[in-house]
Design a protein around this ligand. Structure first.
Ligand code: DX5
Ligand code: ZN
Length: 223
């Protein structure tokens, strides 16, 4: 079995049955909960905020991996830490003082993550490799679940792998967007440590089985 972490995205859960869906993930082989927070400014969609995050936290028995798709995320880092985040990921494109914000996340007791949109080259993080614990390569344009993975993001995973290896950084590489049974092999082959999956999990007839299948994909190949 390929060793990587799977983070189902609550964005694709049934909000009218949130406790049921959280408990389903608790029972599954999945590793983290991925919590997508959107402000309608940084991305063209609004998802949810603290009440939903707190409801997930009340029932979740696995770490909450919070992905902030919001402008000026530094304003809310401490509140998300208090609401139960284990990891907080901010966007490179949303942070004027990324070093300060990542430091703030660690000081709040969380793993610090940075996400890169499609157009942002991995090299922008070269001088900051000691400052983050995980990096999220967007494999879609963020804002909505259910999109198709954009293949031009795959070489970025490999480039990030090289950059972190050269720096001797233990930071994890994640991918987010369009991960399903067809695409998981190529993202793993490129060097992914954790993968977010929304639709592929909650859109499946049997989400537990979908998680099992995603966790034991066929031998990774660079398609
Ligand atoms: C999109 C979010 C993703 C989304 C992934 O902006 O960051 O985490 O939930 O959903 P799927 O797996 O459906 O592409
Ligand atoms: Zn996300």
């Amino acid at each position: 079995m390929t060793d990587f972490l799977l983070a189902p995205s609550i964005l694709a859960a049934d909000f009218a049955n949130l406790q049921r869906d959280v408990e389903l993930i608790n029972r599954s082989e999945a590793d983290w909960f991925h919590i997508d927070v959107m402000d309608g400014v940084f991305v063209p969609n609004i998802s949810f905020g603290f009440p939903v995050m707190e409801a997930v936290h009340r029932f979740a028995t696995k770490p909450l991996d919070v992905h902030l798709m919001i402008v000026q995320p530094e304003r809310y880092v401490d509140a998300f830490a208090k609401a139960g985040a284990a990891a907080i990921t901010v966007h490179y494109e949303a942070c004027t003082h990324l070093h300060r914000t990542l430091t703030q996340i660690r000081e709040a007791g969380c793993r610090a993550g940075v996400a890169l949109n499609m157009q942002t080259p991995v090299d922008v993080l070269a001088d900051l490799t000691d400052t983050f614990d995980q990096v999220l390569i967007m494999t879609i344009n963020p804002g909505f679940g259910g999109q198709k993975l954009l293949p031009l993001s795959i070489p970025k995973i490999q480039k990030m792998r090289r950059l972190l290896a050269e720096a001797g950084s233990p930071a994890l590489i994640g991918v987010d967007g369009g991960v399903d049974l067809k695409t998981i092999g190529s993202v793993l082959a490129a060097g992914t440590d954790y993968a977010v999956a929304g639709t592929a999990v909650f859109g499946a007839d049997d989400p537990l089985r979908a998680i099992e299948q995603l966790k034991s994909p066929p031998t990774p190949t660079l398609a």
